[in-house]
Write a protein that binds this ligand. Structure first.
Ligand code: CP
Length: 306
Protein backbone atom coordinates (compact mmCIF):
# COMPACT_ATOMS: atom_id res chain seq x y z
CA UNK A 1 0.00 0.00 0.00
CA UNK A 2 1.37 3.47 -0.83
CA UNK A 3 1.74 6.03 1.90
CA UNK A 4 -0.06 9.29 1.16
CA UNK A 5 -0.12 12.71 2.84
CA UNK A 6 -3.60 14.07 2.16
CA UNK A 7 -4.34 16.20 5.23
CA UNK A 8 -3.16 16.90 8.77
CA UNK A 9 -6.60 16.45 10.30
CA UNK A 10 -6.57 13.04 11.91
CA UNK A 11 -2.80 12.78 12.39
CA UNK A 12 -1.98 12.37 16.08
CA UNK A 13 0.79 14.13 17.99
CA UNK A 14 3.33 11.27 17.67
CA UNK A 15 2.82 11.13 13.89
CA UNK A 16 3.17 14.90 13.54
CA UNK A 17 6.21 14.95 15.83
CA UNK A 18 7.90 12.17 13.86
CA UNK A 19 7.51 14.17 10.63
CA UNK A 20 8.80 17.34 12.33
CA UNK A 21 11.78 15.48 13.81
CA UNK A 22 12.63 14.03 10.41
CA UNK A 23 12.32 17.50 8.83
CA UNK A 24 14.55 18.95 11.54
CA UNK A 25 17.24 16.45 10.62
CA UNK A 26 17.05 17.59 6.98
CA UNK A 27 17.50 21.33 7.66
CA UNK A 28 21.26 21.39 6.99
CA UNK A 29 20.68 19.63 3.66
CA UNK A 30 17.75 21.94 2.84
CA UNK A 31 20.09 24.90 3.36
CA UNK A 32 22.71 23.29 1.12
CA UNK A 33 25.16 23.03 4.04
CA UNK A 34 25.31 19.23 4.16
CA UNK A 35 24.50 16.32 1.88
CA UNK A 36 21.47 14.16 2.64
CA UNK A 37 21.62 10.44 1.88
CA UNK A 38 20.35 9.78 -1.65
CA UNK A 39 17.60 7.59 -0.20
CA UNK A 40 15.24 8.23 -3.13
CA UNK A 41 17.83 7.74 -5.91
CA UNK A 42 15.61 5.48 -8.02
CA UNK A 43 12.39 7.44 -7.50
CA UNK A 44 10.41 9.61 -9.89
CA UNK A 45 8.14 12.34 -8.49
CA UNK A 46 5.51 14.11 -10.63
CA UNK A 47 4.51 17.63 -9.60
CA UNK A 48 1.01 18.36 -10.93
CA UNK A 49 0.15 21.97 -10.25
CA UNK A 50 -3.26 23.03 -11.54
CA UNK A 51 -2.99 26.26 -9.53
CA UNK A 52 -0.10 28.72 -9.49
CA UNK A 53 2.75 28.23 -7.05
CA UNK A 54 6.26 29.47 -6.40
CA UNK A 55 7.29 28.14 -2.97
CA UNK A 56 5.52 24.79 -2.85
CA UNK A 57 6.37 23.63 -6.37
CA UNK A 58 10.02 24.64 -6.26
CA UNK A 59 10.53 23.33 -2.73
CA UNK A 60 9.13 19.93 -3.70
CA UNK A 61 11.58 19.93 -6.62
CA UNK A 62 14.43 20.99 -4.33
CA UNK A 63 13.46 18.37 -1.75
CA UNK A 64 13.35 15.59 -4.34
CA UNK A 65 16.73 16.67 -5.74
CA UNK A 66 18.32 16.76 -2.28
CA UNK A 67 17.25 13.12 -1.75
CA UNK A 68 18.42 11.99 -5.18
CA UNK A 69 14.94 11.65 -6.78
CA UNK A 70 14.00 12.98 -10.20
CA UNK A 71 11.06 15.33 -10.71
CA UNK A 72 8.63 15.77 -13.60
CA UNK A 73 6.61 18.99 -13.71
CA UNK A 74 3.16 19.57 -15.19
CA UNK A 75 1.26 22.81 -14.76
CA UNK A 76 -2.39 23.33 -15.56
CA UNK A 77 -1.64 25.88 -18.25
CA UNK A 78 0.08 24.11 -21.10
CA UNK A 79 -1.34 20.69 -20.18
CA UNK A 80 -4.13 18.81 -21.93
CA UNK A 81 -6.50 20.00 -19.21
CA UNK A 82 -7.04 22.91 -21.63
CA UNK A 83 -8.51 20.36 -24.10
CA UNK A 84 -10.96 19.10 -21.51
CA UNK A 85 -9.02 16.21 -20.00
CA UNK A 86 -10.30 15.69 -16.46
CA UNK A 87 -8.24 16.00 -13.29
CA UNK A 88 -8.50 12.25 -12.70
CA UNK A 89 -7.64 11.27 -16.28
CA UNK A 90 -4.63 13.59 -16.22
CA UNK A 91 -3.36 12.06 -13.00
CA UNK A 92 -3.97 8.49 -14.17
CA UNK A 93 -1.99 9.19 -17.33
CA UNK A 94 0.84 10.66 -15.28
CA UNK A 95 0.87 7.58 -13.08
CA UNK A 96 1.05 5.46 -16.23
CA UNK A 97 4.39 7.15 -16.94
CA UNK A 98 5.73 5.09 -14.05
CA UNK A 99 6.03 7.72 -11.34
CA UNK A 100 6.39 6.76 -7.68
CA UNK A 101 4.58 9.80 -6.28
CA UNK A 102 2.21 12.49 -7.47
CA UNK A 103 2.40 15.85 -5.72
CA UNK A 104 -0.82 17.65 -6.59
CA UNK A 105 -2.22 21.16 -6.20
CA UNK A 106 -5.78 21.69 -7.33
CA UNK A 107 -8.73 23.97 -6.68
CA UNK A 108 -10.82 20.83 -5.99
CA UNK A 109 -11.21 20.38 -2.23
CA UNK A 110 -10.77 16.65 -1.69
CA UNK A 111 -9.19 16.14 -5.12
CA UNK A 112 -5.99 14.49 -3.78
CA UNK A 113 -8.03 12.12 -1.57
CA UNK A 114 -10.15 11.17 -4.57
CA UNK A 115 -7.02 10.56 -6.60
CA UNK A 116 -5.50 8.38 -3.88
CA UNK A 117 -8.41 5.96 -4.31
CA UNK A 118 -7.54 5.41 -7.97
CA UNK A 119 -3.73 5.16 -8.12
CA UNK A 120 -1.10 2.81 -6.76
CA UNK A 121 1.56 5.50 -6.32
CA UNK A 122 1.85 7.85 -3.34
CA UNK A 123 -0.25 11.03 -3.43
CA UNK A 124 0.88 14.18 -1.63
CA UNK A 125 -1.51 17.10 -1.26
CA UNK A 126 0.22 20.37 -2.18
CA UNK A 127 -2.96 22.38 -1.49
CA UNK A 128 -6.54 21.51 -2.42
CA UNK A 129 -9.10 24.28 -2.70
CA UNK A 130 -10.16 25.57 0.69
CA UNK A 131 -9.50 22.20 2.35
CA UNK A 132 -5.87 21.72 3.45
CA UNK A 133 -2.25 22.47 2.65
CA UNK A 134 -0.59 19.86 4.86
CA UNK A 135 3.07 20.50 4.04
CA UNK A 136 2.49 24.22 4.72
CA UNK A 137 0.99 23.28 8.09
CA UNK A 138 4.03 21.15 8.88
CA UNK A 139 6.50 23.85 7.91
CA UNK A 140 4.58 26.35 10.02
CA UNK A 141 4.79 23.96 12.99
CA UNK A 142 8.49 23.37 12.42
CA UNK A 143 9.12 27.11 12.33
CA UNK A 144 7.16 27.65 15.55
CA UNK A 145 8.83 24.73 17.31
CA UNK A 146 12.31 26.00 16.40
CA UNK A 147 11.53 29.57 17.44
CA UNK A 148 9.58 28.88 20.65
CA UNK A 149 11.06 25.54 21.69
CA UNK A 150 7.69 23.75 21.71
CA UNK A 151 3.93 24.09 21.58
CA UNK A 152 2.68 23.58 25.15
CA UNK A 153 1.45 26.88 26.55
CA UNK A 154 2.08 28.77 23.30
CA UNK A 155 -0.62 31.10 21.97
CA UNK A 156 -0.68 31.40 18.21
CA UNK A 157 -2.89 33.85 16.31
CA UNK A 158 -3.99 33.03 12.77
CA UNK A 159 -5.17 36.29 11.25
CA UNK A 160 -7.19 37.21 8.21
CA UNK A 161 -9.10 35.39 5.50
CA UNK A 162 -9.76 32.25 7.56
CA UNK A 163 -12.79 31.10 5.57
CA UNK A 164 -10.87 30.69 2.34
CA UNK A 165 -7.60 29.47 3.80
CA UNK A 166 -6.40 25.89 3.45
CA UNK A 167 -3.26 27.07 5.26
CA UNK A 168 -5.34 27.98 8.31
CA UNK A 169 -7.10 24.61 8.33
CA UNK A 170 -3.88 22.60 8.26
CA UNK A 171 -2.19 24.82 10.86
CA UNK A 172 -5.23 24.71 13.14
CA UNK A 173 -5.36 20.91 13.17
CA UNK A 174 -1.64 20.46 13.71
CA UNK A 175 -1.09 23.22 16.28
CA UNK A 176 -4.00 22.19 18.50
CA UNK A 177 -3.02 18.51 18.27
CA UNK A 178 0.50 19.44 19.37
CA UNK A 179 -0.79 21.39 22.38
CA UNK A 180 -0.85 25.05 21.31
CA UNK A 181 -3.73 27.45 21.83
CA UNK A 182 -4.97 29.01 18.60
CA UNK A 183 -6.82 32.30 18.19
CA UNK A 184 -8.57 32.76 14.87
CA UNK A 185 -8.82 36.49 14.19
CA UNK A 186 -10.50 38.09 11.22
CA UNK A 187 -13.58 39.81 9.84
CA UNK A 188 -16.91 38.15 10.76
CA UNK A 189 -17.59 37.54 7.08
CA UNK A 190 -14.41 35.46 6.78
CA UNK A 191 -14.82 33.39 9.94
CA UNK A 192 -16.45 29.97 9.40
CA UNK A 193 -18.28 28.67 12.45
CA UNK A 194 -17.38 25.12 11.42
CA UNK A 195 -13.83 25.69 12.65
CA UNK A 196 -14.82 25.58 16.30
CA UNK A 197 -17.54 22.96 16.03
CA UNK A 198 -14.91 20.21 16.00
CA UNK A 199 -15.06 18.96 19.63
CA UNK A 200 -11.47 17.72 19.69
CA UNK A 201 -10.03 21.14 18.98
CA UNK A 202 -12.67 23.52 20.33
CA UNK A 203 -11.23 23.86 23.82
CA UNK A 204 -7.91 25.15 22.45
CA UNK A 205 -9.47 27.49 19.89
CA UNK A 206 -10.97 30.93 20.29
CA UNK A 207 -12.39 33.33 17.75
CA UNK A 208 -12.12 37.10 17.69
CA UNK A 209 -12.84 39.90 15.26
CA UNK A 210 -10.53 42.29 17.11
CA UNK A 211 -6.81 42.03 16.29
CA UNK A 212 -5.80 44.96 18.51
CA UNK A 213 -7.29 43.30 21.59
CA UNK A 214 -5.21 40.16 21.03
CA UNK A 215 -1.71 41.49 20.39
CA UNK A 216 -0.34 41.75 23.93
CA UNK A 217 0.24 38.08 24.83
CA UNK A 218 0.93 36.28 21.55
CA UNK A 219 3.89 33.97 20.98
CA UNK A 220 3.41 33.81 17.22
CA UNK A 221 1.20 35.60 14.73
CA UNK A 222 0.46 33.96 11.39
CA UNK A 223 -0.83 36.49 8.89
CA UNK A 224 -2.86 34.92 6.08
CA UNK A 225 -2.89 36.07 2.51
CA UNK A 226 -6.09 37.73 1.35
CA UNK A 227 -7.15 35.30 -1.37
CA UNK A 228 -7.97 37.83 -4.03
CA UNK A 229 -8.41 35.05 -6.60
CA UNK A 230 -11.20 33.36 -4.61
CA UNK A 231 -14.78 34.57 -4.45
CA UNK A 232 -14.65 36.29 -1.07
CA UNK A 233 -11.46 38.19 -1.92
CA UNK A 234 -13.42 40.62 -4.02
CA UNK A 235 -15.68 41.55 -1.13
CA UNK A 236 -12.93 42.26 1.41
CA UNK A 237 -13.53 45.69 2.90
CA UNK A 238 -11.19 48.32 1.54
CA UNK A 239 -10.06 49.12 5.09
CA UNK A 240 -8.63 45.61 5.58
CA UNK A 241 -5.17 46.95 6.52
CA UNK A 242 -6.70 49.37 9.01
CA UNK A 243 -8.57 46.57 10.79
CA UNK A 244 -6.40 43.49 10.26
CA UNK A 245 -3.06 44.47 8.77
CA UNK A 246 0.09 43.86 10.84
CA UNK A 247 1.26 47.45 10.66
CA UNK A 248 4.45 48.82 12.20
CA UNK A 249 2.34 50.23 15.05
CA UNK A 250 0.69 46.89 15.79
CA UNK A 251 4.00 45.01 15.60
CA UNK A 252 5.37 47.37 18.27
CA UNK A 253 2.59 46.20 20.59
CA UNK A 254 3.49 42.50 20.26
CA UNK A 255 5.59 40.91 23.02
CA UNK A 256 9.32 40.92 22.21
CA UNK A 257 9.25 37.10 21.96
CA UNK A 258 6.47 37.03 19.37
CA UNK A 259 7.41 35.84 15.89
CA UNK A 260 5.71 36.97 12.67
CA UNK A 261 4.82 34.45 9.98
CA UNK A 262 3.17 34.49 6.57
CA UNK A 263 2.85 31.57 4.12
CA UNK A 264 3.46 33.77 1.08
CA UNK A 265 2.93 35.25 -1.34
CA UNK A 266 2.60 38.44 0.74
CA UNK A 267 0.30 41.25 -0.34
CA UNK A 268 2.66 43.89 1.06
CA UNK A 269 0.85 46.81 2.65
CA UNK A 270 -2.34 44.77 2.99
CA UNK A 271 -1.68 41.90 5.43
CA UNK A 272 1.81 42.98 6.53
CA UNK A 273 3.69 46.28 6.29
CA UNK A 274 7.11 46.24 4.60
CA UNK A 275 8.95 47.09 7.84
CA UNK A 276 7.38 44.14 9.63
CA UNK A 277 7.83 41.62 6.83
CA UNK A 278 11.50 42.56 6.47
CA UNK A 279 12.38 42.72 10.18
CA UNK A 280 14.70 39.71 10.44
CA UNK A 281 14.59 39.77 14.27
CA UNK A 282 10.91 38.87 14.21
CA UNK A 283 9.90 37.84 10.73
CA UNK A 284 10.17 34.12 9.94
CA UNK A 285 8.85 34.47 6.40
CA UNK A 286 11.98 33.41 4.56
CA UNK A 287 12.89 30.83 7.21
CA UNK A 288 9.49 29.28 6.57
CA UNK A 289 10.51 28.77 2.96
CA UNK A 290 13.74 27.00 3.91
CA UNK A 291 11.86 24.87 6.43
CA UNK A 292 9.46 24.02 3.62
CA UNK A 293 12.25 22.24 1.76
CA UNK A 294 13.15 20.23 4.88
CA UNK A 295 9.49 19.35 5.50
CA UNK A 296 8.99 18.22 1.91
CA UNK A 297 12.15 16.08 2.16
CA UNK A 298 10.65 14.46 5.25
CA UNK A 299 7.30 13.91 3.53
CA UNK A 300 8.82 12.45 0.36
CA UNK A 301 11.03 10.23 2.53
CA UNK A 302 7.99 9.12 4.57
CA UNK A 303 5.92 8.36 1.48
CA UNK A 304 8.62 6.72 -0.65
CA UNK A 305 11.24 5.13 1.61
CA UNK A 306 10.80 1.49 2.55
N1 CP B 1 2.64 29.14 0.64
C1 CP B 1 2.40 28.69 -0.60
O1 CP B 1 1.69 27.70 -0.80
O2 CP B 1 3.02 29.41 -1.59
P1 CP B 1 2.89 29.08 -3.15
O3 CP B 1 1.47 29.33 -3.55
O4 CP B 1 3.86 30.01 -3.83
O5 CP B 1 3.26 27.63 -3.33
Amino acid sequence: MPRHLLQLEGLDAPALTALLDRAESFIPAARGEAAAPASLADKLVANLFFEDSTRTRLSFEAAAARLGARSLALQGSGSSASKGETFLDTALNVEALGVDAIVVRTDLSGGPAQLAQHVRCAVINAGDGRHEHPTQGLLDCLTIRRALGGFQGATIAIVGDIANSRVARSALHALTTLGAKVRLIGPPTLMPKSFVQVPAVAENVSISNDLDANLHDLDAVMMLRVQLERAAGGSIASDYRVQYGLTRDRAARLPARCIVMHPGPVNRGVEVDDDVADDRRRSQILLQVTHGVAVRMAVLDYCLSR
